[in-house]
Write a protein that binds this ligand. Structure first.
Ligand SMILES: Cc1ncc(COP(=O)(O)O)c(C=O)c1O
Length: 393
């Protein structure tokens, strides 16, 4: 693998070493030391050093006052080039913000009316539920279909939900958290056609866009030819790709449709979320120079998924979805111990802290989510612990 010579390759760490380095991490500090955490979606790998250095230099210079607009411009230029190289598309003009969830709140409130229906495909990243409810919009859950260890969009159900006069928007997560789907062009075109027909705003959260399995391709929603693509709002961030969620940088791709864009740009809510200077400078640097780092990380993640799939092949206690993107693995315990959810069983008997299925798919305690952006030795420990727990059934 080609690497810049001045950049150290990623050095594997033990579970104890990651825990001690991540002294202020919610993922690593929530549970006692004998539990291996595999829940919140950040990586166990240190972010790319050169990108961090640009932030360290800003701190060293004490350049920590109000930022000039050149930082956001630098970030936007770096992201344009990144997007062109990664997906062959020019993103729509950007607005930088602190994070994707804040951006989602802003966009839902700016582009839908109070009481409007907002569609969320389930299972879903839990904040989608709370953002819609907090905004006092109606949460319209459209379940995806689980077929052969994968999920597909039920276009009939989606069309029916979209037809409702109250429905104004759909929040699309692609690549999808937690199912790991990377939607195909046909699936995206189906969504776009429904949105065209019903005049819906598509709000596409593409934060996992850079973390797809090598055999799959991420297609930005705005690359479609549909009218709804020009009215769509895409949200993304370098935070997942480069493990910098705490630095607070993300962006909104503004719609190119003039009326829709004016509606968003004139919203006073837009001013409520600002990227930090350190986030902008580290994010821009990462987009400029850290593709090799990301490639290395993607290889580790792809290998981790292969290890887990292989380790649990040919047994019927647990099944996992086929992951196409994200570093998250959506699992299903086929045999639940009496009175326990999968989350409780795995915490209690395997001593691992997973994402509880109920958070993503209310009423489904048999599901759970693993985070495989971890060192291979950690993934081996997760597999061993799950197998040991099955031995107690
Ligand atoms: C789909 C999705 N959107 C948004 C976020 C959070 O992004 P941010 O920290 O920028 O709010 C996550 C984090 O796990 C996510 O999976």
């Amino acid at each position: 693998m080609s690497r810049h010579s001045d950049q150290p390759a990623l050095q594997p760490e033990s579970i104890a070493a990651v825990r001690s380095r991540r002294a202020h991490s919610v993922k690593w500090q929530r549970y006692p030391v004998d539990i291996v955490p595999t829940w919140v979606a950040d990586m166990d790998f240190p972010p790319p050093q050169r990108a961090l250095e640009s932030g360290i230099e800003l701190l060293r210079n004490g350049d920590t006052g109000y930022p000039s607009s050149d930082l956001a411009a630098k970030y936007e230029a770096a992201y344009r080039e990144w997007s062109l190289q990664s997906f062959g598309t020019q993103p729509h003009p950007l607005r930088t913000v602190a994070d994707v969830v804040a951006a989602l709140r802003i966009v839902v409130m700016a582009l839908t009316d109070p009481g409007a229906g907002v569609i969320v495909l389930t299972p879903s990243y839990p904040p989608f539920f709370s953002v819609v409810k907090d905004a006092q919009r109606q949460l319209v859950q459209v379940p995806m279909r689980r077929v052969d260890q994968s999920y597909t969009i039920d276009t009939d159900l989606l069309a029916k939900a979209a037809e409702d006069q109250q429905t104004q928007a759909i929040i699309l997560c692609n690549p999808q958290n937690p199912t790991g789907r990377v939607f195909t062009k046909t699936e995206l075109a189906d969504i776009a056609q429904i949105a065209d027909r019903e005049g819906l705003t598509v709000i596409a959260d593409e934060i996992h866009q850079d973390l797809v399995n090598r055999n799959f391709t991420h297609i930005p929603f705005t690359s479609l030819d549909n009218e709804s693509a020009s009215r769509a709002v895409v949200l993304s961030s370098p935070s997942k790709s480069f493990n910098i969620a705490g630095l607070k940088v993300a962006h909104i791709e503004l719609p190119t449709d003039r009326a829709q864009r004016a509606r968003l740009e004139t919203s006073p809510l837009l001013a409520l979320s600002q990227a930090t200077p350190i986030g902008l400078i580290v994010g821009a640097q990462a987009y400029e120079t850290e593709r090799d780092w990301l490639d290395e990380v993607r290889d580790i993640i792809d290998d981790n998924f292969a290890v887990v799939q292989k380790s649990f092949a040919g047994q019927d206690l647990v099944s996992f979805t086929h992951r196409e993107g994200t570093y998250l693995l959506w699992g299903h315990l086929n045999q639940l111990p009496a009175g326990q959810s999968a989350y409780e069983f795995l915490l209690d008997r395997a001593r691992i802290g997973v994402g509880p299925g109920e958070d993503y798919l209310p009423g489904s305690p048999e599901f759970f989510r693993l985070n495989l952006a971890a060192w291979p030795s950690t993934v081996t420990a997760l597999v061993e612990r799950i197998n040991d727990a099955f031995g107690t059934l």
